[in-house]
Design a binder for this molecule. Structure first.
Ligand code: FES
Ligand code: FES
Length: 159
């Protein structure tokens, strides 16, 4: 029997205090303990990007983190997009350009694009493709995802 440890973390502006096994992955903690199932788990070894979350404002693969590494941290998952107007614009633009099909990869893309729009000065399609190369999509061929991000970039520039 493994001793459980207590972690306290803030996810999407909600504070949680949970007792967990030390080996529990952050992705499993988010999905199974917090029931935030928008964070998807694909490859489980850091390749596909579908499990991407933000920890203290920076993107991170939740399948490569232990839940205890979220202790004292501010976490954002894709569920935060529905209540945040800035993020909702990203969601709506993905819908406008049909930038998703099955939607499995979409949470990871949305979180990644949110970070890119705040931190990178992406000028063109080539730079956007490179910046998003850590997120894999099996359905869309990426074209409409790139179009959505281009529109988001252009709209931010004109504001
Ligand atoms: S499930 Fe984490 S990167 Fe694929
Ligand atoms: S929309 Fe299906 S994997 Fe990307």
């Amino acid at each position: 029997m493994i001793d459980k440890i207590k972690i306290e973390t803030t996810v999407n502006n909600v504070k949680y205090s949970k007792r967990i096994e030390p080996r529990l992955l952050a992705s499993d903690f988010i999905r199974e303990n917090l029931h935030l199932t928008g964070t998807h788990v694909g490859c489980e070894h850091g390749v596909c990007g579908s499990c991407t979350i933000k920890i203290n404002g920076l993107t991170s693969r939740s399948c490569l983190k232990f839940a205890i590494q979220l202790h004292g941290k501010r976490v954002e998952t894709v569920e935060s997009f529905s209540s945040n107007p800035q993020k909702k614009i990203i969601l709506d633009t993905f819908k406008k350009f049909h930038a998703l099909q099955c939607g499995f990869c979409t949470p990871g893309f949305l979180i990644t694009v949110d970070e890119l729009l705040q931190t990178e000065n992406l000028e063109n399609e080539k730079e956007i493709r490179k910046a998003l190369s850590g997120n894999l999509c099996r359905c869309t061929g990426y074209e409409n995802i790139i179009k959505a991000v281009l529109e988001l970039k252009n709209n931010r520039k004109t504001k």
